[in-house]
Structure formats: structure tokens, C-alpha cells
Design a protein around this ligand. Structure first.
Ligand code: PLP
Length: 311
């Protein structure tokens, strides 16, 4: 059959594209990610307005999801900030920055273990006027960034565990709540960050983790007055299978309302909100087309046919 992609007044027939460029073929649709990001901004901003919430919303694109310029450039031009997890990704940001390809008040969060070259590049980019924020993963890193003049974030390892695509038993990213609360005063501590996994199965789990994080945030806020942002990481699921998932409107409403209620109860200002939902924004924007080289019947399997493709 024929599958048509429509973009405004243009349309592309996938079969024609494959005839023209050959297979296997990856087709990337930047207008889809622009659309998804704009909608996400709209959902958060209108919910924040309706709820009378005082904090702001920021989207940070996790570059590990897709580092190609076809994905990164449309996102930053629509106002996305960035999140990187290694020196390799930060080197790509450096190229964009030096080539004037990104807007000037973009903010870049640096997660992941800080190797020597990663630390050096973070300091270098700070000197080059990029708004760069190292996210501290362990106590040694805290020491390394003592001299850092910009904002810093710290990653918390939550007790809340959720069903997701993530090896929970091995997760030792971040500091425990106890370690965090035992820290002395950190002058430029701005962001409390966590990431509980990818492809989180239940919307309720996003809220459970948030509740635990806010309770620690409120305690930390009394010690660190510079702390004003909570970063809930990635994990919003996309439908790879025919299965009903939660939707963004409902989850965003619950995130904003939960934050509002708990912050007011604890008598701290409403925090700014960062999300790093990666695949949620990018997954629907790409498709791969293959030619079937041969096929066989599967007598007793879950699928009816077995295909060998040219990928
Ligand atoms: C992988 C990752 C993300 C993105 O995860 P998605 O499941 O694509 O939303 C965001 N933040 C961090 C720290 C990550 O490691």
C-alpha cells in the first residue's frame, strides 16, 4: 500500500521515497518534533497559568536520545534547552555554540560521571559564556566543582522504584536523601534533579516519585536558599505496542498541582520545573523503511510471519 506523510501543503509518499533513495531508509520528520515540543510547552504553560503556579517550565532535550543535527537543531530553534550525559555530547554542544547554531540563553545540564576531560570542558564552556550547569552525581564531584562559579545541580537517588526499562538493582546514580541533607551550605545549589527510568509504565509512578522528591526539596530549600528548581528527568512512555498509556495533559496537570500543594504545605516557594522527556518528543518523528528479502510462516508463535529485511 501507500503511506503518505503530510506536512502543511506538502506531502510525501513513503514508497516513492524508498524508490528514489533505496532501502533501508531512515525518514526523519523535524516538523513532528517541533509540533510535539510546542504542544508540550503549551500544556505546561497553560496549566501553570490556570493553577496560579508561580514557578516556570523549562524543557531540556536529553541528547543521548538522538544526537543528529536533524533532531537537535529544530528543537533548540523552538526553544529547547539541552541535557548531556558525557563529554562526547558536550563536544557536540561546543561545536553548535562555536558555530552560533544555538540561541544565546540556552542552558545545558551536564549529567553522568565527570571524567577529567568532561570536567575540563564544563569549565571551558563556562568561560565561553555558555549557561552550563554540572549535575553532581557523587561526593567526589562536589569537591571537583567547589571552584565552579555558576549554578550547580545535584542528582538524588530516590527510594521510589517504578516499573520501567531500567536496571533498578544497579542504579547508584546520585546521592541519597540522607547524604544530601547532610551537606553543608552550598552557595550556588540551584537544581534538584532525578531520573527514575525510561518508558515508565504508569502515570501514577511519575507522581509517586515527584512526591518523594518534593519532600526532600522542601527540607533542602531551608538550608540552601538558592535552590529554586526541580528537574524530574525523562521517562514519559511512548506507545511501541498497542497498549493504552497515560496522556500528557493529565500527567502535567497532576505534576503542577502536586508541586503546588506540597510546596505550599511545606511553606516554600513553588519551584521551577524541568522535564527531560526524550523519546516522548522524538520517537514519533522518525521511521525506518526496509525491504522484505524473504518471509516464512511461524506455526505456533506470537507473530504469524517471520521476515528477513535488508536492514
Ligand atoms: C535517558 C535519560 C533521559 C531521557 O529518557 P527518555 O526515556 O527518553 O525520556 C533523560 N534524562 C536522563 C538523565 C537520562 O539518562
Amino acid at each position: 500500500g501507500e503511506l503518505i506523510i503530510r506536512e502543511g501543503h506538502y506531502q510525501y509518499n513513503v514508497h516513492d521515497l524508498v524508490r528514489k533513495f533505496g532501502s533501508s531508509l531512515e525518514i526523519f520528520m523535524p516538523f513532528v518534533i517541533e509540533d510535539r515540543l510546542n504542544k508540550l510547552h503549551d500544556i505546561f504553560n497553560s496549566t501553570i497559568k490556570r493553577a496560579g503556579y508561580k514557578g516556570k517550565f523549562f524543557y531540556h532535550y536529553p541528547m543521548k536520545v538522538n544526537q543528529n543535527k536533524e533532531a537537535v537543531l529544530p528543537l533548540v530553534s523552538e526553544g529547547a534547552h539541552l541535557e548531556v550525559g558525557s563529554v562526547n555530547e558536550l563536544s557536540l554542544v561546543r561545536k553548535l555554540w562555536e558555530g552560533d547554531a544555538v540561541h544565546h540563553n540556552i542552558r545545558v545540564l551536564c549529567n553522568g560521571p565527570k571524567t577529567r576531560s568532561y570536567v575540563d570542558l564544563i569549565f571551558h564552556m563556562w568561560e565561553k559564556q555558555l549557561r552550563i550547569v554540572p549535575i553532581i552525581e557523587d561526593l567526589q564531584e562536589l569537591d571537583v566543582f567547589k571552584e565552579f562559579r555558576g549554578d550547580i545541580g545535584i542528582r538524588i537517588n530516590l527510594e521510589t522504584k517504578v516499573k520501567s526499562r531500567w536496571d533498578k538493582k544497579a542504579d547508584r546514580f546520585g546521592l541519597t536523601a540522607e547524604e544530601l541533607l547532610g551537606l553543608g551550605k552550598i552557595r550556588n545549589f540551584k537544581i534538584l534533579h532525578y531520573h527514575i527510568g525510561s518508558q515508565i509504565e504508569l502515570g501514577e509512578d511519575i507522581i509517586r516519585a515527584l512526591k518523594e522528591a518534593v519532600s526532600v526539596y522542601a527540607k533542602l530549600r531551608r538550608i540552601h536558599p538558592s535552590l529554586d528548581t526541580i528537574d524530574i528527568g525523562g521517562g514519559f512512555a511512548v506507545p511501541y505496542e498497542k497498549k493504552r498509556l497515560y496522556n500528557a495533559d493529565a500527567v502535567v496537570r497532576r505534576i503542577v498541582n502536586t508541586l503546588k500543594q506540597l510546596a505550599e504545605k511545606a511553606e516554600v516557594p513553588h519551584p521551577h520545573i524541568i522535564v527531560e522527556w526524550g523519546r516522548y518528543i522524538v520517537a514519533p518523528a522518525q521511521m525506518s523503511a526496509f525491504k522484505i528479502v524473504s518471509s516464512k510462516e511461524v506455526p505456533k508463535g506470537l507473530a504469524r510471519r517471520w521476515y528477513v529485511i535488508d536492514g
